[in-house]
Write a new protein. Structure first.
Length: 127
């Protein structure tokens, strides 16, 4: 019997090459290559996962291996034992001991709101 509001799951024997889009929480425990976009949802990369994809979600929790850039409008969590190779852009970042991360981090509120290269006009500033 399916449980209402339970996250969708990609099992550890499943391999997906391409683009994944959705509007519900997702747990990936298999192999994914391409892109994963969950604008208003939580993405969990399980401990058995091997992901070579760019990830975009509201919140991202990583327990497995990810090679690709991560963009979150909320929080990114790197748990002990995970490996991430790529850049992270989010509002908040949590990194546990023994998590491996290689890349750059951008933790600005403007990352989720302003387009790249947009100039801010100071209050009371002249044009």
């Amino acid at each position: 019997m399916a449980v209402e509001n339970a996250p969708a799951r990609i099992g550890k024997s499943v391999v997906i090459c391409g683009e994944i889009k959705g509007s519900e929480d997702l747990i990936v425990d298999g192999r994914v290559e391409g892109t994963v976009t969950l604008s208003e949802s939580r993405l969990t990369i399980g401990p058995n996962a091997n992901v070579a994809a760019d990830l975009s979600a509201k919140d991202v929790l990583i327990l497995g291996h990810v090679q690709g850039n991560i963009m979150a409008s909320g929080r990114v969590e790197l748990r002990a034992g995970c490996t991430v190779e790529g850049d992270i852009r989010a509002l908040r970042l949590a990194v546990e001991d023994n998590a491996v991360f290689r890349g750059k981090v951008d933790l600005t509120q403007a990352a989720a709101k302003a387009p790249e290269g947009a100039a801010a006009i100071p209050a009371g500033g002249a044009f």
